[in-house]
Design a protein around this ligand. Structure first.
Ligand code: SIN
Length: 302
């Protein structure tokens, strides 16, 4: 049996298949269909300091081989998460990684400090790449120095592993990744969505009320793979690949590109069993190829 257990940025996982933020809620609804204990890790929907209503609808539209969303970080805030969402997730053995966002570095830092007290949280993913909000979010990922300052500020407030989730909407993603690493990040996850647009020609208006949204799904996989490969060459910390992963073979491509783990996102909307199926498909591939440990794949393609 090929080895899938791994430790990414100090987070022990039974397999390298995580579920991506915003595609799995806080696990409770999905747990009716998916055995959460079979997942590598659960990354929560983005949590902010105060509740947010998000952007007005419509805020999701299907596109060719993908979808656009402009949710705008809707969530009930950190207090609600700790009191009402986390106790459910804490019942499972699967590590929980809290994805957080703020309008300012001090908001990120406050969130990290609060989460540091929660034993059920095994890591923090800093969302500096949401394309659907006017404050915070992508401000921090456009400028390598702003990324570094943010990571340093948050690093002071938590001993939890810090994963920084990067945006593809930049000129050179490796510059941002290197600054995040130097500032104390334990891992990099990429890519968040690509800024896009869809127009309804019958109504002659934008499909999304926010006009623009983040593109995800198979349409973005080649871009994600290219960026994962570039970042994996540029940093020494683990890279977590995200972007249009629908099958085990997609995941294998990301491992070959240098990702130590992957996150399944849009596929969860199509098939609730996708992450579990992907684990099996990875195992089948490794068995057929006589590869003992999936991590061996990371060294094959330079
Ligand atoms: C959103 O809530 O708008 C999506 C989250 C993200 O893209 O980071």
């Amino acid at each position: 049996m090929a080895k899938l257990e791994c430790e990414i940025a100090g987070i022990k996982m039974k397999n390298p298949v995580m579920v991506a933020s915003g595609t799995f809620g806080y696990g409770e609804e999905v747990s009716k269909f998916v055995d959460l204990d079979k997942l590598g890790a659960i990354v929560t929907k983005t949590i902010t300091l105060e509740p947010r209503e998000g952007n007005p609808p419509p805020r999701i539209v299907e596109t060719a081989s993908g979808m656009l969303n402009s949710i705008g970080l809707q969530n009930k805030g950190i207090k609600d998460f700790i009191e009402h969402r986390l106790p459910f997730l804490a019942k499972f053995k699967t590590p929980v990684i809290a994805n957080i966002a703020g309008d300012s570095a001090s908001e990120y830092a406050k969130l990290a400090k609060m989460l540091n007290e929660e034993s059920a949280i095994k890591g923090i993913e800093l969302n500096i790449s949401c394309p659907n909000v006017t404050k915070g979010g992508m401000f921090f990922c456009f400028d390598p120095k702003a990324t570094a300052e943010l990571v340093k500020t948050v690093r002071k407030e938590t001993s939890l592993p810090l994963i920084v989730k990067l945006s593809p909407n930049v000129t050179d993603i490796t510059l941002i990744a290197k600054e995040a690493e130097a500032a104390g990040a334990d891992a990099i996850s990429l890519i968040n969505t690509l800024l896009g647009m869809s127009i309804d020609i019958e109504k002659k208006t934008f499909s999304l009320a926010n006009k623009t949204g983040g593109l995800s799904g198979p349409a973005i996989k080649p871009v994600a793979l290219r960026m994962v490969y570039q970042v994996a060459q540029a940093v020494k910390i683990p890279v977590i690949g995200i972007g249009g992963i629908m099958t085990g073979n997609d995941a294998i491509e990301f491992f070959l590109a240098g990702a130590s783990a992957i996150q399944v996102g849009t596929a969860n909307f199509v098939d609730t069993q996708a992450p579990i199926r992907i684990v099996k498909e990875i195992k089948d591939y490794l068995k057929a190829q006589k590869i003992a440990n999936y991590l061996d794949l990371l060294l094959l393609l330079k």
